[in-house]
Write a protein that binds this ligand. Structure first.
Ligand code: MG
Length: 252
């Protein structure tokens, strides 16, 4: 009797070890596993508009210099190109991030896809606004450029496609007005409330109070990790000559 219960215990122990090992093994998904292509957001042609900063805005980029940014790579001065009031990605220099940190925030920026159309899908005019360094509102040339829906311009990358495609032609200026509520964590690092984001693209509502599922992941499922209540936002160097101008924020 004694030896029978012992061997039964051994069987359970071995079984549990095998199970624990399987749990530990990282399941490798290809990046395509988290793309979805249907439905495709329909095209909406935006009206003409111009957004100048309101009186309480914190100006991040006014066309003159990159004093309010630093380089993610070096921690030193941001190395993107500033000319004629326009900020252009300098491929290879890496992402740039704001010196100031933000929690709940309204962000306005304008961007223009490169006029020389190169590449396709994710390879055309790719950049990104990474709020709190990790929640990406995609910047892409989505004018007549099909890619996965949850990866096109104004998507919450790999999480939510925009409600519609309000993209202007390459060389024309697009506006993003982003209203972001930072996630809250308890002392144990558990999410109390996820991040929420609303995005208006060229005056058209494209993300309506979306609950962000976690930090943007190129591969795999997002999962929150506790972080500071205020963090900088980044603009992404994805190797394309995307232009920016008129970047300002309001702390909420
Ligand atoms: Mg991007």
């Amino acid at each position: 009797m004694k030896s029978k219960s012992f061997s039964l215990a051994m069987v359970f122990a071995i079984g549990f070890m095998a199970f624990a090992q399987a749990q530990q093994k990282e399941i490798k998904l290809p990046p395509e596993a988290t793309e979805f292509w249907e439905p495709e957001p329909r095209v909406v042609t935006p009206g003409a508009e111009n957004h100048l900063p309101p009186s309480d805005a914190i100006i991040i980029f006014d066309g003159k210099n990159l004093d309010n940014f630093k380089s993610l790579k070096t921690g030193g001065a941001a190395e993107w190109t500033v000319a004629d009031g326009i900020l252009t990605v300098k491929p290879g220099t890496g992402d740039i991030l704001t010196k100031e940190a933000f929690g709940d925030v309204q962000i306005h920026l304008e961007f223009s896809a490169p006029t020389e159309i190169k590449g396709q899908s994710q390879g055309r005019g790719n950049s990104g606004l990474l709020i709190m360094e990790r929640y990406e509102v995609q910047v892409l040339d989505s004018y007549e450029n099909r890619t996965y829906s949850n990866g096109q311009a104004a998507s919450i990358y790999k999480q939510y496609p925009p409600l519609v495609n309000a993209m202007r032609k390459p060389g024309e200026w697009n506006t993003y007005d982003v209203f972001f509520t930072a996630p809250r964590f308890n002392a144990d690092g558990m999410v109390i409330s996820p991040a929420k984001v609303t995005v208006i693209h060229n005056g058209v509502l494209v993300q309506n109070a979306r609950e962000i599922k976690g930090p943007t992941e190129y591969i795999g499922i997002p999962n929150y990790k506790a972080h500071d209540a205020e963090l900088p936002f980044k603009l992404q160097d994805h190797g394309d000559l995307v232009k920016f101008r008129n970047i300002w924020v309001r702390k909420l």
